[in-house]
Ligand binder design. Structure first.
Ligand code: SME
Length: 157
């Protein structure tokens, strides 16, 4: 990520949040991370975590987020971009949400989305979901950066 100084600095900031606020509630730490991401990257307009519900295994439940409220507080595996990323345990980038049939809309302003699964000891425990109002803004740098963010977050979940 050396070619994107913004991502490098932001990742260090997120490491600091995880390491210096370790005695805060988990959800406070996750919300700080959402805010750092949304404030730090111009094309991140909604940033949130979905967590695998331990009581309903193949279902995601909305965790801390920063951005407009969403009606999608529970998402079954397989449904929407979030549910597909959970079912496949693979990062799902949709550069134009109008071209994705299996999509759950939160706001008409959203034009693209990236969802990165968070795995702990090879088991999916949650995911990081980012919506953008820009068309096709996500690059391999975003993906590498967000993989590194999720690696920081995994031990908290
Ligand atoms: N668009 C997502 C739903 C979650 S909201 O973006 C916050 C999806 O298709 O799964």
């Amino acid at each position: 990520m050396n070619n994107i100084p913004g991502f490098d600095g932001l990742l260090k900031g997120i490491e600091r949040i995880v390491n210096t606020h370790w005695d805060d509630e988990r959800d406070e730490i996750l919300e700080r991370i959402c805010a750092a991401l949304k404030n730090g990257v111009p094309h991140y307009d909604w940033v949130g975590f979905y967590l695998v519900d331990p009581d309903a295994k193949r279902e995601l439940v909305l965790g801390p987020y920063v951005g407009a409220p969403t009606e999608h507080t529970r998402i079954p595996f397989g449904k929407g971009i979030c549910g597909q990323a959970a079912a496949t345990e693979a990062t799902f980038i949709v550069q134009d949400v109008t071209l994705e049939a299996n999509y759950l809309s939160c706001s008409p302003d959203v034009r693209s989305e990236i969802v990165v699964p968070i795995l702990k000891e090879d088991v999916i425990v949650g995911e990081l979901d980012i919506d953008s109002h820009a068309l096709a803004p996500f690059t391999h740098q975003d993906q590498a950066f967000l993989d590194a963010v999720c690696a920081q977050v995994a031990p908290l979940l």
